[in-house]
Write a protein that binds this ligand. Sequence first.
Ligand code: PGA
Length: 246
Amino acid sequence: MNDLFVANWKMHKTIEETMAYLDAFLPLLDELPDDVDVAIAPPFTALATASARIEGTRCALAAQNVHWELHGPYTGEVSAPMLLELGVRYAIVGHSERRAFFGETDRSVNLKVRTALATGLIPIVAVGETLDLRERGLTDDVVITQVRAAFDGVARTELSKTVIAYEPIWAIGTGKNCDPGEADRVMATIRGCVSGLDETRILYGGSMKAANAASYVERPHINGGLVGGASLDPAGFAHLIRNAAE
Ligand code: PGA
């Protein structure tokens, strides 16, 4: 299975900035080995522009969220068919910022995962513990609960299509990345907690950067990265992927 690197731009970049980013970024992908997959997750407003620009390249498109209903009275929400129409392949589901600030729960994550899979979007399910839970020795319990809930009712045959991102919340945007051995240990726990996750890609997220990316993907259970801050600069993100891939 190819490693996968996803740029999670969060609430950054206008359409104009997206075009400038892709002008710089796409040529750099030619230098990367073939066995690595790349996606960018711009804000919803820039998806259409990005989709047109990446057509025919090896860069795929991801959304940062998706609703579980296909249409209806859900002001402010965006559905899977709307994303698929734009050529979106992946949708991040359950990012800790959405759980913390926008009321995302294990239940809504599960509904979104099921809808994504039913419609042909690949969910990137984000899980991870707070510092408080880690210090109380509850890391494994928390991620096991999140992963089991996310895939509740999902057919075993669908699990290999999904992607999981293990993102310790205390490592996100802090510069304090999780020790790669410890991240790999948690990911092995994740892989083992639901049967059928052997072929599922598990990404590390949380202050991944060019200097530490290789130390993650060399571990047996780590299949790429969900990258926030270090993905905002096109040359920097390409450098990160190249370091990890080589
Ligand atoms: P970071 O964010 O790389 O800035 O820590 C990762 C994420 O939140 O997905």
